[in-house]
Design a protein around this ligand. Structure first.
Ligand SMILES: Cc1ncc(COP(=O)(O)O)c(C=O)c1O
Length: 382
């Protein structure tokens, strides 16, 4: 259990306790690691190939291509589509930095569109106008933030009408579904991260691309090994971005538990929803209207006006929480020359000031959540 009791007798609940999960699968993981070490096959190889097949099946795509991180997955996706200097890519300003950073890394420019309240993701009503003002946009890159999908039908319809590919940033959303389709199988390409805090987290860095396009799949397989299709013959200039066999072996063990863990997160989210709604506190809970089928709650993120003081109060009561994300991407110092200013994306800016993610991992017990809700209630009752 992640909750532990301190010497003072109080509970201590971190935002995420990876050790709690590891304890439940330790023997299987150690056996998988030993298998790889004994084989001395560390880079790509059979473990990675099998894991790729399993992820493709899990996500409902024809192909999955392992790489070194979620950031590299985004980079390789853009590279495979031939996006580079002179091009622009439409995306959300309310995400982890890599979403925009990788667009910049290929030499293109991110063009932001604000998010809408219920989804935390691209506001589809604003996309057409942005495309009209930016004829150099070559792709749309929606983010499935916190484990819930962006509104993909309108996004894909607009993209199709403009002849643009859709790259899904599904780094936080493996197994999330939009109207029965899995994240990463809806656009041309899906990008996943196996950073340890993700629902499917490795024991180090790792990433994956998914696609059902055979040409894109072969290009990606080459691009991750310096653009080589035949040894020492380089058709393109790619990078070194390979998934290593140790990560694949660990992730194959964890993939078998992923649905069970995501169900635990859903159960905890429902528990919060019921308790916090009953308490009628001045907090906005994640909306249920966009959970078209399956939200996997990589984060349970609520909003409240006195967020910073609430976070401090939770910390004093030994409850972990995190602000995802305190500074939207259009206001990042490195993007000062893009000409954005405060007020350009009011929803993202408000969320940056109000959002707070609280513990939701499946190993939490009901009384841990009860304690967190009671503590939030005590904060507002002061
Ligand atoms: C939305 C989003 N995109 C991209 C990434 C990048 O993934 P990685 O850390 O594996 O490079 C992350 C990881 O935190 C993310 O949350």
């Amino acid at each position: 259990m992640p909750a532990s009791t301190t010497l003072s007798g109080r509970r201590n609940i971190p935002l995420l306790d990876l050790r709690a999960q590891h304890q439940t699968i330790r023997d299987e993981v150690m056996a998988a690691i030993t298998r790889v070490v004994d084989s001395q096959q560390f880079i790509l190889g059979e473990e990675v190939r099998q894991f790729e097949e399993e992820v493709a099946a899990y996500c409902g795509t024809s192909f999955a291509i392992g790489c070194a991180s979620g950031s590299d997955a985004l980079f390789l996706a853009l590279l495979a589509l031939g996006i580079g200097p002179g091009d622009e890519v439409l995306t959300s300003p309310y995400s982890f930095f890599a979403t925009a950073g990788e667009i910049t890394r290929v030499g293109a420019v991110p063009v932001f569109v604000d998010i809408d309240e219920p989804t935390f993701n691209l506001d589809v009503r604003l996309i057409e106008e942005r495309l009209a003002a930016h004829p150099k946009i070559r792709a749309i890159l929606p983010v499935h933030l916190f484990g819930g999908c962006a509104d993909m039908d309108p996004i894909c319809a607009i993209a199709r009408a403009h002849g643009l590919p859709v790259i899904e940033d599904a780094a936080q959303s493996i197994g999330a579904e939009y109207k029965g389709r899995r994240a990463g199988s809806i656009g041309q390409l899906g990008c996943f991260s196996f950073y340890p805090t993700k629902n499917l987290g490795g024991y180090g860095d790792g990433g994956m691309l998914t696609t059902s396009d055979a040409d894109l799949s072969s290009r990606l397989r080459a691009l991750r090994v310096h653009g080589s299709t035949t040894r020492y013959v380089h058709e393109w200039v790619g990078v070194n971005s390979r998934l290593d066999a140790l990560q694949a072996a660990v992730l194959r063990v964890k993939l078998r538990y992923l649905d069970e863990w995501s169900a635990g997160r859903q159960r905890n989210a429902e528990y919060y929803r019921t308790r916090l709604t009953d308490l009628s506190l001045p907090v906005v809970l994640p909306s249920t209207t966009y959970f078209q089928t399956r939200h996997i709650y990589n984060q349970f993120t609520m909003r409240c006006p006195d967020r910073d003081n609430l976070q401090m109060y939770l910390k004093q009561q030994s409850i972990g929480s995190e602000i995802y994300y305190p500074l939207p991407l259009h206001l990042q110092p490195c993007y000062a020359d893009l000409g954005y200013k405060k007020g350009d994306f009011p929803v993202s800016e408000r969320f940056a000031a109000e959002a707070l993610s609280i513990p939701v991992q499946p190993e939490l017990a009901g009384d841990d959540i009860e304690y967190i809700c009671d503590t939030i209630q005590a904060f507002f009752a002061r």
